[in-house]
Design a protein around this ligand. Structure first.
Ligand SMILES: *[C@@H]1O[C@H](CO)[C@@H](O)[C@H](O)[C@H]1NC(C)=O
Ligand SMILES: *[C@@H]1O[C@H](CO)[C@@H](O)[C@H](O)[C@H]1NC(C)=O
Ligand SMILES: *[C@@H]1O[C@H](CO)[C@@H](O)[C@H](O)[C@H]1NC(C)=O
Length: 321
């Protein structure tokens, strides 16, 4: 009896030390646990719609193999956002998470942008609140699937990558443990003061990107984007690091820059792929971007780097304000 009450007291003490948001979340649990889903990629809009901000939105889901063998097992989840004029399916085939063992464990959710674009870019459809869409969709995913709230992540390419940054800068970003982007179109993050969130951030950018130029400035879409090296430094500073916490290493065809501070492992990590264009970096070119003429540089395979980065962050150890 004594042991039982000691455990109970310890449990209450631990629970009350949690922020209110986390307590409410874990009490609610993921009500989708126990529901059956076919494994594999499913983009059927009839079964994947949600009303958000007064619009009907659609998305695709990739369900891990053997999901129904353990319908009550909480699953890690990645929200993966396509680029301008892309689709859930094109992004699924671009990041190819399920090609890698570590990626097979995740539920992948692939939201579709309104007019194939995302909030924050000059060509985005006016008045669309994609941050609200993500909030509503995460709630719906928790109702339909068994979601591990401690392991929720976001990734995206180009306009979808720029939106991942917008999400990171929002309060809704608190739900996510880490953020990854490829050739991010950072129209919505052109000054350090734009954002005061501490986040785990990963980006890869081609040194020969002519759509979202590495050095920043105006783009052919009529907006302005930041110099990528400068933007990486902003995130280091937002996370509380100083210039002394920055290190850069050269590799064959690319360089890696990291910020590691406050006892944290690399909280900001960046890959510059010298001769790559506007692409999701792949070592084989068998992804959606692989056929593009400017995506022929294969020095870096980005997807396993994203999975490795995500594996290091969760709701407990993610940087917080
Ligand atoms: C949708 O995108 C096309 C070009 O891709 C553009 O011409 C059109 O104005 C856009 N529609 C809206 C509602 O913004
Ligand atoms: C850089 O991109 C341009 C335009 O896409 C292309 O013509 C050129 O060959 C590329 N350079 C390298 C070194 O890949
Ligand atoms: C988060 O990761 C740390 C290791 O960095 C681990 O000790 C901790 O148990 C993890 N928390 C959750 C909720 O997974």
């Amino acid at each position: 009896m004594k042991t039982t009450s000691a455990i109970a007291l310890g449990f209450i003490a631990a629970a009350s030390a949690q922020p209110a948001r986390l307590t409410a979340r874990s009490e609610a649990g993921s009500s989708g646990c126990g529901k059956a889903h076919n494994s594999g990629f499913n983009s059927n809009p009839d079964s994947h719609t949600i009303t958000s901000g007064g619009r009907t939105r659609t998305y695709a889901v990739r369900v891990p193999d053997g999901y129904n063998d353990d319908k009550n097992k909480p699953r890690k989840i990645i929200f993966d956002f396509h680029g301008r004029n892309g689709s859930p399916e094109s992004q699924y085939k671009n990041s190819q998470y399920d090609k890698y063992d570590a990626g097979k464990e995740y539920i992948g959710v692939y939201p579709a942008g309104v007019n194939e674009s995302w909030q924050g870019a000059p060509y985005a459809v006016e008045g669309v609140d994609d941050v609200l869409f993500v909030k509503d969709l995460l709630a719906q995913m928790r109702q339909e699937y068994c979601i591990d709230d401690d392991h929720v992540y976001a990734s995206g390419k180009s306009n979808g990558g720029g939106f991942v940054d917008t999400l990171a800068c929002s309060d809704e970003g608190d739900e996510f443990a880490a953020f990854a982007m490829a050739s991010a179109a950072l129209y919505d993050d052109t000054s350090k003061d734009r954002c005061n969130k501490k986040r785990a951030i990963l980006e890869a950018h081609g040194g020969n990107d002519t759509t979202i130029p590495y050095g920043g400035g105006p783009t052919s879409s009529g907006g302005n984007v930041p110099d990528i090296d400068q933007w990486v430094t902003w995130w280091g500073e937002r996370d509380g690091c100083t210039a002394n916490d920055e290190s850069t290493t050269q590799h064959d065809g690319y360089e890696t820059t990291t910020f590691a501070c406050e006892g944290l492992r690399a909280v900001v990590k960046h890959y510059k792929i010298n001769n790559l264009g506007h692409c999701w970096p792949s070592s084989t070119g068998d992804n959606s971007d692989g056929s593009r003429s400017y995506c022929k540089d294969h020095s870096l395979d980005f997807t396993p780097r994203v999975l490795d980065f995500f594996s290091k962050w969760n709701s407990t150890n993610a940087p917080k304000n």
